[in-house]
Design a protein around this ligand. Structure first.
Ligand code: SF4
Ligand code: SF4
Length: 95
């Protein structure tokens, strides 16, 4: 099984903040087409607590220099990240 051809493979989990690197979600499925709302991150407000990264059920968020980075291919727009952010730095906006 190839990590490139089959996104549920172990390579995807290791590389994208999945189980093996401490993220909250298993992820690995391209669920971006499900999305109606998308998270918009306010990096001025973000304190880099990484709760959103930990709680995202799809592992669509990863740690970045200025704050969480979104990979839209894996984001289904569920809003869990916005709900869990303690400083309300994430707003769900309609696409
Ligand atoms: S809306 Fe947030 S919690 Fe839900 S899949 Fe997208 S990034 Fe993850
Ligand atoms: S939960 Fe909010 S404050 Fe914490 S890293 Fe995510 S956006 Fe930043």
């Amino acid at each position: 099984m190839s990590g490139e051809k089959y996104p549920f493979g172990i390579k995807g989990l290791v590389g994208r903040g999945g189980l093996l690197s401490g993220g909250g979600g298993v992820g690995g499925m391209y669920v971006g087409d499900w999305r109606v709302f998308t998270p918009k991150i306010d990096y001025e407000k973000c304190t880099k607590c990484w709760l959103c990264v930990a709680y995202c059920p799809e592992a669509a968020l990863s740690k970045g220099e200025e704050g969480p980075q979104l990979d839209p291919r894996f984001c289904k727009g569920c809003g869990v990240c916005a709900n869990e952010c303690p400083v309300k730095a994430i707003e769900m906006v309609r696409e």
